[in-house]
Structure formats: structure tokens, C-alpha cells
Design a protein. Structure first.
Length: 555
């Protein structure tokens, strides 16, 4: 192979890897974080876990990405270690879909319609449609579809370029001698593992092997151990992801590694033992892209069927490798963080990270409202235990604000779709308002404590006015939570007329207090307490109104 042949091969490889990356990114954006949410809500049924892991990986075209997601789930405490096993096994099956897509490149037929199935025939059409979607359409969904189409076209162009560049190598003795070396199971295994570890994608390394098959010099005897090694090499991504994570997260990465090592060992030992007696003739025949896809699928499906019943053994093996300290680790290492679901690994999946932020923001909003409601209840019957809960809730809300603010700033630097960007902006603008609700809850709580300690009590009419006002404030907070959670414009719009009613109630309460004060039915000290309470509740209503305006602004 001359210089230009090498250049063509490297260029083809670059296009192939970039196309795979672009297509995967488009698929991830098109899913809008929904696939990750499905994984998150996984049941403990191992068979469902395998099917789900296979399905998600087939869609996002990366077992490494699926495994990293699972590591993140375990690290954040969303998922238990036992649940992760089936997902990891399923991810190995799902990644074989790519090899089947790439095998279409080997279709040879004189029939026009069969030739249309060949990627080199329809890829240019996909590329044209994809470019039109990207350049001329404004919809994010259509742009994502365009990205998938262009990515696939680039992927297949790279595959064809690589295949054409390596074809002449079939007549180069040095190349065939190198391939003969990899017929040795150990060397082939190492070659496949190292290549996959470097490019961190078993789908890509299998694609490269399929391209080399176009030379006709790669036999099944050479391809088989390389494919086995590729399954081990793909574990590197998860192992790297586990660095600095909780023990259970690191164990999850180890389960992925152990599953592939044990599965490969069993498969190769049985296969070569039988071959010693039977002598499989097909090992010396030239491999093709479809044959590579068959081996890749058969191995991963077989390994899953054999090892799934022993999933608890894999968990135990991982736990023996990474042992617990004297105090058993029940929560992830980052359990000190209040918002443990804000997993840094999710930042590489912006759509899902946005969903996670929304979930955490909703929880923060709920805690803030809960603090206010508890504080209001203290005005009717003061209880020291409940009063402490208001302070605890306020501190928890503060932690949410700190964690969420820092996390969302990092997320804002990622490549977000328009919808995700608007959702993120809405959350960032609402964060401070929700935090202030809990601050005012503490003020109300302090007023209730003062009244309790000094034995102060509002008159019957003053208490009735305050009760009616608090009912209105609760209605406004409920509408605020609903509008924020569901981005409900109707609920958001209903807050403004309710705010006007609340303002009138507050003004009337203040005016009536002055009248009672003149009539000697109330004291100045109680007037100060009432003023503090009304001011805090007015502020709560204002913050709710701010949230409603934000929801409407980012509709």
C-alpha cells in the first residue's frame, strides 16, 4: 500500500468514527432524555432489564454509553447494583445491531431492488435529505433526524472508503502474515481488546474488522478471537467512568468487565476444545461482514443466556473485589450531597440531565411550599418539633439551591436543544424565588414561636382574616407548583387574579387592625407580629407571581 492508499484508509477511518459519533449524538438528542428515564424506572425483573438494555443500546448505538448511564444511576442511588446486571448484559446484545447495519455494505446482487438495500446506494439520498433538514428547517426534532441521516451517510461513506483502501492489502504477504498471527486466540484477543480500548467503541472496532474482511484475507479463525477481545476492550469506558465514583458504581463497571471476561473465557475454551476433536472447517474460510455480525450477536446472546442466572454471583464477585469498609456503605460516596441525583456523568447526556434538573427543581419547590404550610400551621398550634422541621426544610432547600445552581451552570455550557435551553432558563430564573419561600417560612415560624412564648393571641376577627388570607396563599402556591411542574400556562395565568385578591385581603387586614387598635381591641405588639406575618406572606405571593411570569416567558 502506497502513501495515498494509507491516507485514504486513515481518512475513511476518520469519517467512519465521526459518522458514528454524529449519528449517536442525533439519536440521543432525538430521544430527548426519554430513554434514560425508561432505564431509571426499571423494574427488578432481570429479563425485562436485559431487553430494556438491548433496546436502549440499539437506539443510541453505544453499549459504552448505556453502561456509563447505568454507572451514573448506581452512583447517584437511583438504581441498585442488582438491577444494573441485566441492563449491562442487554447493552452487549444491543450493540450488535450496528454490525448488522454495517453488514449491508457487503450486499452483492444484480437485482435493482436488492441493490437499493446497499448503504452506498441510499446513503447519498439520506445525506441530501439530512442536509436539507439541518440547513432549512427550524424544528429541533427535524434537525435531530437530519443529524442522524447525515451521520449514517458519513459512517457508510467512511466504511466504503476504508474497504476500498484496504482491498489491495489482500495481495501483500506482510499483511496476510500479520493476520495469521492473530489466528492465535491469545494474540487475537489482545489485539481486539487493545483496539477497542483505544477507540472506546466495540461497534466501531467491529466495523473496522468488517472493513478489513473486504480484503478477503481475514479468516473466521482470525476474526473470532478479535471479536472476543473487542467485547473486553469496550469495558474500558465504564471503568474510566467509575473512577472517583461510589463503591457500588465501581462495582457496576467491574460487573461489565467480569461478564465479558467470564463469557469470553467460557466461549473460547468450549469452542476450541470442540474444535480440537471436530476441526471446524469454516475457520479457514474468508470472513465477510455478515459473518462477523453473526459471531458478534451469537456470542453476546449466548453469554447472556448462560450468565444471567448467575447475576448474583457476578454481584458477589464485584463486592469481593471492592470490599465494604467496617461501616457498611449503604449510600454512594456522594451521599453527603442533598441532591444526589445530580450525577456529573449525566452532563454528557444534556437532554436527560435537563430532565434530572427538572425533577430536582420540582422537589425543591415542593419542599419550599411544605415549609410554608408547616409554618402557617404553627400559627394555629405551636409545636417545637414541627417548628424544627421548618428550619430543617429551609436548610434542605438551601442545599438544593446550591447544588442545582452549580449543576445547571455546567449544563448550560453543553450543546442544548432550544426546548432544553428554555427549560433550563426557566429553572434558573425560578430557583431563587423557591428558595425565598422557605426563608419566609422561617420568618412565619419565628412569629409563631414568639406568640407562643409570650402567650399572645389574635382576636377572633383578626384570626379569621389571617386564616382566609393563608387559604388564598396556599391556593396560589398550589397553582405555582402545578404551573412550574407541568409548564401549565392556564395555571400560571390563574395566579395573577388570585394575587389581586390576596393583596386586597392583606390591605383589609392591615386597615382593620388599625381600627381595632383605636378601639382598644388589639395591642401594638400583636400589630407588629401581624405586620411581619402579612409582609412575609405578601412576599411569598410575589415570588409565586415571579415563577408564573417565568413559566409564561419560556412557554
Amino acid at each position: 500500500m502506497d502513501f495515498f492508499g494509507i491516507l485514504k484508509m486513515v481518512g475513511g477511518l476518520a469519517l467512519f468514527l465521526y459518522g458514528m459519533e454524529l449519528m449517536g449524538e442525533g439519536l440521543a438528542k432525538a430521544s430527548g432524555g426519554k430513554l434514560e428515564k425508561i432505564l431509571e424506572r426499571l423494574t427488578s425483573n432481570p429479563i425485562k432489564a436485559v431487553l430494556l438494555g438491548a433496546g436502549v443500546t440499539a437506539v443510541i448505538q453505544s453499549s459504552s454509553a448505556t453502561t456509563v448511564i447505568v454507572v451514573g444511576f448506581v452512583n447517584s442511588g437511583i438504581m441498585k447494583l442488582e438491577q444494573a446486571v441485566g441492563l449491562i448484559m442487554g447493552a452487549n446484545i444491543g450493540t450488535t445491531v450496528t454490525s448488522w447495519l454495517l453488514s449491508l455494505a457487503g450486499i452483492e446482487s444484480g437485482n435493482f431492488f436488492i441493490n437499493l438495500l446497499k448503504p452506498s446506494s441510499f446513503s447519498p439520498i439520506l445525506a441530501i435529505i439530512g442536509v436539507v433538514f439541518l440547513q432549512f428547517l427550524k424544528s429541533d426534532k427535524k434537525k435531530n433526524i437530519g443529524m442522524i441521516m447525515v451521520g449514517f451517510a458519513i459512517l457508510m461513506t467512511g466504511m466504503d472508503t476504508m474497504s476500498a483502501a484496504v482491498k489491495p492489502l489482500a495481495n501483500v504477504p506482510e499483511f496476510t502474515n500479520i493476520l495469521l498471527m492473530f489466528s492465535n486466540p491469545v494474540l487475537g484477543l489482545l489485539a481486539g481488546a487493545i483496539l477497542t480500548a483505544i477507540i472506546q467503541s466495540s461497534s466501531a472496532s467491529v466495523g473496522i474488522l468488517q472493513a478489513l474482511c473486504m480484503t478477503g484475507a481475514v479468516t473466521y479463525g482470525t476474526a473470532l478471537p478479535i471479536i472476543m477481545g473487542q467485547n473486553i476492550g469496550t469495558c474500558v469506558t465504564a471503568m474510566i467512568s467509575g473512577i472517583g465514583a461510589s463503591k457500588n458504581a465501581r462495582r457496576t463497571a467491574l460487573i461489565h468487565l467480569y461478564f465479558n471476561i467470564i463469557g469470553t473465557t467460557i466461549f473460547l475454551v468450549i469452542f476450541y476444545t470442540i474444535n480440537a476433536f471436530v476441526d471446524f472447517a469454516f475457520l479457514d474460510t474468508a470472513a465477510n461482514a455478515a459473518g462477523i455480525a453473526v459471531i458478534h450477536s451469537v456470542f453476546n446472546i449466548t453469554a447472556t443466556i448462560v450468565l444471567l442466572p448467575f447475576s448474583k454471583v457476578l454481584v458477589k464477585l464485584a463486592c469481593l473485589t471492592i470490599r465494604d469498609d467496617k461501616v457498611e456503605e449503604e449510600l454512594p460516596d456522594n451521599a453527603g450531597r442533598v441532591v444526589s441525583i445530580l450525577e456529573p456523568r449525566f452532563l454528557e447526556m444534556p437532554a436527560y440531565a435537563t430532565e434530572v434538573c427538572m425533577e430536582a427543581s420540582e422537589k425543591m419547590a415542593y419542599l419550599s411550599v411544605k415549609a410554608v404550610v408547616k409554618a402557617m400551621d404553627l400559627l394555629k398550634k405551636y409545636d417545637e418539633t414541627e417548628a424544627q422541621k421548618v428550619i430543617d426544610l429551609e436548610e434542605e432547600v438551601d442545599s438544593y439551591e446550591d447544588e442545582l445552581g452549580a449543576y445547571m451552570v455546567q449544563l448550560s455550557r453543553k450543546d442544548l436543544a432550544v426546548q432544553e435551553s428554555q427549560t433550563l432558563s426557566m429553572m434558573l430564573h425560578s430557583l431563587g424565588d423557591f428558595e425565598r419561600l422557605s426563608d419566609h417560612a422561617v420568618t412565619i415560624r419565628n412569629a409563631a414561636e414568639e406568640m407562643s412564648k409570650k402567650g399572645m393571641k389574635f382576636s377572633e376577627h383578626a384570626q379569621q382574616e389571617l386564616d382566609e388570607y393563608m387559604i388564598q396563599v396556599r391556593k396560589i402556591m398550589d397553582a405555582t407548583i402545578s404551573s412550574f411542574k407541568n409548564r401549565d400556562l392556564v395555571a400560571a395565568g390563574s395566579i395573577f387574579p388570585m394575587e389581586e385578591v390576596a393583596e386586597k385581603q392583606s390591605a383589609d387586614a392591615k386597615k382593620n387592625h388599625i381600627r381595632r387598635l383605636r378601639e382598644g381591641k388589639c395591642t401594638i405588639e400583636l400589630g407588629f407580629v401581624q405586620s411581619d406575618l402579612l409582609t412575609s406572606m405578601e412576599s411569598i405571593v410575589d415570588h409565586c407571581s415571579n415563577v408564573a411570569e417565568t413559566v409564561i416567558s419560556y412557554r
